[in-house]
Design a protein around this ligand. Structure first.
Ligand SMILES: NC(=O)c1ccc[n+]([C@@H]2O[C@H](COP(=O)([O-])OP(=O)(O)OC[C@H]3O[C@@H](n4cnc5c(N)ncnc54)[C@H](OP(=O)(O)O)[C@@H]3O)[C@@H](O)[C@H]2O)c1
Length: 310
């Protein structure tokens, strides 16, 4: 496993992180047992991954808490999130935070995010939660602040563009993948300038793990005029990537495409399947996709900013 520095946090993090949300929620979303989910996280840690992303909303914090028992806490980077449903009074924010600590069985959170902030709620959410978050940080319970976007509803990164104007954020969680590469122009130049660490979500999601979903999305994009049908083999849109020296399959292509993107620090990988986890770890040990394939992906999808890949 390779490591990088997560922006201004200075944390040394693995380039691949365990995502405990998404469709799989480390197996909780795909009807795996708790033991399977714990074994999956431990396999990731034993393979050198040191960053785990979860959230109050995913109901996987307690699985993470059990999985990390016996590991050196200080060698791990735990990222979790405050859900924005319900009250955001100081008391509620603190109660949520304490519940996360308890579920994770730890006494501090490395990166505490505001979860899936919509552009129209940004100012309100910040003014309500920030005093409590700052207090928790002063008490040593939060090391760094993060914010995550709602990529399905905000695929153009409007909220993050607002957040980039403030100086609160040490880390941002950004939607980026082969289909929607718009963060390259709208987010990464500024995160790199301000030395904000990035965690990449949605690298694969459904579009890149289910061929039938990919075809549906491609049809939609052609209809909207964001894709040119003459650039694409409609039957097998990404098959050109699979050749000797190229990608093993579309999931491998997805992770390798994201991993070598300048400005993308940690790529979160969400799976509930141990064989998928092993295959994904392999993808992170492979070189970039061939230049001509990356250029072609950039050209085909250059105007896409309306889908998340869900
Ligand atoms: N707004 C937010 O804050 C937000 C939103 C979304 C995600 N996130 C975070 O980002 C993480 C990553 O996003 P994600 O979970 O959507 O991850 P992802 O890696 O983009 O996609 C996960 C999907 O790909 C499938 N998959 C993974 N590896 C595969 C393989 N080798 N072969 C076939 N299918 C494969 C998974 O199914 P299997 O279980 O079958 O492998 C799952 O359906 C989340 O877990 C979460 O921590 C945050």
């Amino acid at each position: 496993m390779d490591y990088t520095v997560l922006g201004r946090t200075g944390l040394k993090v693995s380039i691949m992180g365990v995502g405990c949300g998404g469709p799989s929620r480390v197996g909780k979303g795909t009807r795996k047992s708790k033991e399977d989910s714990i074994a999956l996280i431990r396999h990731a840690l034993d393979s050198g991954i040191n960053i785990i992303d979860t959230a109050e909303l995913y109901r996987t914090e307690s699985i993470v808490g059990e999985a990390i028992k016996g590991y050196d806490r200080e060698s791990l980077i735990i990222s979790t999130k405050k859900s924005l449903f319900g009250s955001l009074s100081p008391k509620s924010v603190e109660r949520s935070f304490d519940k996360s600590l308890k579920s994770l069985d730890t006494d501090y959170i490395d990166i505490y995010h505001l979860h899936a902030v919509l552009p129209e709620n940004y100012e309100k959410v910040i003014s309500k939660t920030m005093p409590t978050l700052q207090k928790l940080r002063d008490e040593g319970k939060i090391r760094f602040f993060g914010i995550t976007e709602m990529f399905n509803d905000d695929p153009q990164h409007t909220m993050l563009q607002k957040a980039l104007k403030d100086d609160y954020w040490d880390v941002m969680m950004v939607g980026f993948n082969i289909l929607n590469q718009s963060a390259r122009e709208r987010v990464f130049p500024e995160t790199m300038k301000k030395n904000i660490g990035t965690l990449i979500m949605f690298p694969v999601r459904l579009a890149l793990s289910r061929p039938e979903r990919l075809k549906q999305i491609i049809d939609e994009l052609i209809e909207k005029g964001e894709l040119d049908s003459s650039d694409i083999d409609m039957k097998n849109p990404l098959d050109f990537l699979n050749h000797e020296g190229g990608a093993v399959n579309s999931v491998d292509a997805a992770y390798r495409f994201c991993n070598y993107e300048p400005g993308a620090d940690v790529i979160l990988s969400g799976t509930g399947d141990i064989d998928h986890l092993k295959a994904n770890i392999e993808s992170f040990s492979r070189p970039p996709l061939p230049d001509e394939d990356v250029l072609k992906l950039k050209k085909i999808f250059q105007n896409v900013d309306s889908v998340s890949g869900q």
